[in-house]
Design a protein around this ligand. Structure first.
Ligand code: HEC
Ligand code: HEC
Ligand code: HEC
Ligand code: HEC
Ligand code: HEC
Ligand code: HEC
Ligand code: HEC
Ligand code: HEC
Ligand code: HEC
Length: 233
């Protein structure tokens, strides 16, 4: 009789626990954040709005916090973001850019909700990369040959990482890929560097048809359409 009573106590406890967790699960499923927190959307919304946030699908990333009353996630941030994005698709894990593998991962640089900046960035590229990389360092300067604006980092490097050396984008222009920087950069003024003459040292003047018709390329330098470093981006 004694053990029977114990069983009853234990099973009712289990039933109670089970129904409690179903209730919690139901709340998580049915009641969205905005039902209990009607001001959150307005508080977090800025100019450029992330699609799932705009559609008020908070539950695609968050789960109900229960009694803890603080933010809770369905999964690790990197996994949440990768559920819908494939920016790391062609990249081996050991070649992920370092900030991506810490806890904040993607939200080190992006807002998950909205931003006044393009690409949902938290901070403009023109300062972002220099927060963590010393662009005044002598070795850095030597490797990069010329002084340049920080916002241009992402014209050569993939901010997410890549299997290429130092995360450079694939499809590099051969003399860049061979690191023959001097071929173009040495002893040239900025004007000479930007002139079609440079390109025509190795390339024939393109036929004036199609993409290079007179109308299209008149007065334009080759680099207004072609990057001298990364051919396709
Ligand atoms: C059943 C109602 C309910 C639901 C659903 C709910 N919360 Fe809460 N939440 C509360 C209560 C109650 C508190 C504690 C009181 C307070 O601070 O508003 C709280 C506190 C919070 C806090 C900390 C206080 C603050 O204002 O910053 C955050 C963050 C939060 N909730 C986020 C969420 C998110 C995200 C969701 C959706 C996944 C969510 N909540 C769903 C009731 C709810
Ligand atoms: C794409 C995933 C995603 C969606 C969708 C999303 N959130 Fe978030 N949310 C996050 C992440 C990640 C953080 C942590 C941000 C950080 O630490 O910088 C966060 C943080 C928060 C915070 C804490 C305050 C803050 O700004 O860090 C609140 C409140 C919140 N979210 C509410 C919401 C509400 C309400 C919705 C739906 C209208 C929503 N979120 C939709 C991913 C998301
Ligand atoms: C439920 C699906 C979903 C989840 C989860 C999600 N996103 Fe998105 N995201 C979208 C959609 C849809 C768009 C708009 C279409 C596009 O540009 O791919 C978008 C757009 C973006 C853009 C802007 C692209 C541009 O060109 O302006 C960035 C950056 C971004 N998401 C980052 C994130 C980050 C960081 C996370 C994780 C916190 C995340 N996303 C989670 C669906 C999602
Ligand atoms: C170190 C900062 C940083 C981190 C961490 C980061 N991103 Fe980005 N992301 C950027 C920058 C900068 C751009 C804009 C690149 C450009 O304009 O060429 C960008 C662009 C994007 C875009 C727009 C499409 C594209 O390729 O241009 C998406 C989507 C995106 N990131 C998703 C993510 C996801 C998902 C994660 C996490 C796995 C993540 N980002 C982590 C800096 C970052
Ligand atoms: C939150 C800090 C942080 C931010 C922001 C950041 N990085 Fe990084 N980055 C690192 C760390 C840490 C490493 C790995 C250590 C190292 O090699 O310096 C790294 C590595 C790199 C590498 C590879 C270096 C190598 O030797 O292989 C490149 C290239 C790079 N980052 C470019 C960028 C660019 C471009 C941006 C801006 C879009 C950026 N980083 C923003 C922290 C950051
Ligand atoms: C014109 C293309 C180009 C631009 C723009 C560029 N890089 Fe680089 N970066 C390179 C090349 C090429 C290397 C050397 C690769 C090699 O041969 O190892 C390099 C190397 C690096 C390295 C690894 C070497 C080191 O000093 O640790 C980092 C980190 C880096 N760049 C970050 C940045 C940041 C941050 C910016 C923007 C301020 C930037 N790069 C802009 C082409 C570029
Ligand atoms: C085929 C010729 C050519 C080669 C090879 C070349 N560059 Fe450039 N580079 C240019 C031209 C042209 C510009 C000016 C681009 C502009 O103003 O739009 C430039 C500009 C730059 C800039 C300024 C930022 C930018 O993207 O405009 C950096 C940094 C740079 N080059 C680094 C390098 C490095 C490092 C190498 C070798 C790994 C290299 N370049 C090889 C032609 C070349
Ligand atoms: C030092 C020699 C050299 C210089 C200078 C040079 N290139 Fe190239 N470029 C090459 C080589 C080699 C290839 C690969 C073979 C080919 O397709 O012609 C190439 C390929 C290309 C391609 C791709 C061709 C294709 O079939 O897809 C384009 C576009 C291009 N270069 C544009 C330029 C522009 C624009 C400039 C001036 C900024 C320039 N190049 C300067 C050597 C050079
Ligand atoms: C108005 C934009 C524009 C200008 C200016 C321009 N190109 Fe192109 N070019 C293109 C496009 C678009 C393509 C085809 C797309 C692709 O395959 O990358 C192309 C393709 C090429 C190719 C590879 C295909 C082929 O025709 O052999 C070379 C090499 C090339 N351009 C060189 C040059 C040179 C050198 C100049 C300067 C004298 C120049 N281009 C000026 C837009 C331009």
């Amino acid at each position: 009789m004694k053990t029977f009573g114990k069983h009853i106590v234990i099973s009712s406890f289990i039933i109670l626990l089970l129904s409690f967790s179903t209730v919690l699960a139901k709340i998580n499923k049915d009641k969205d954040c905005l039902k209990c927190h009607p001001t959150f959307y307005k508080k977090l919304v800025k100019k450029n709005i992330h699609e799932p946030f705009k559609e008020k699908k908070c539950n695609s990333c968050h789960k109900f916090h229960g009694f803890q009353n603080k933010i809770a996630f369905k999964d690790e941030i990197i996994i949440l973001c990768n559920n819908c994005h494939n920016v790391l698709e062609n990249t081996d894990e050991e070649n992920y850019h370092a900030p991506i593998v810490d806890d904040l991962s993607c939200v080190n640089c992006h807002s998950p909700h909205s931003s006044d900046l393009q690409k949902l960035l938290k901070e403009p590229v023109s300062t972002l990369c220099a927060d963590c990389h010393d662009t005044e360092d002598e070795d850095f300067k030597k490797l990069h040959v010329v002084d340049f604006e920080i916002k241009l980092c992402v014209s050569c490097h993939n901010p997410h990482g890549s299997n290429n050396e130092t995360f450079l984008y694939a499809d590099q222009h051969p003399p860049f890929e061979e690191r023959e920087c001097a071929t173009c950069h040495e002893d040239r003024t900025i004007e000479e560097l930007k002139s079609p003459e440079l390109c025509l040292e190795c390339h024939d003047q393109p036929e004036p048809t199609g993409v290079h018709s007179k109308k299209r390329i008149s007065d334009k330098s080759c680099i207004s359409c072609h990057s001298p470093h990364i051919l396709k981006k």
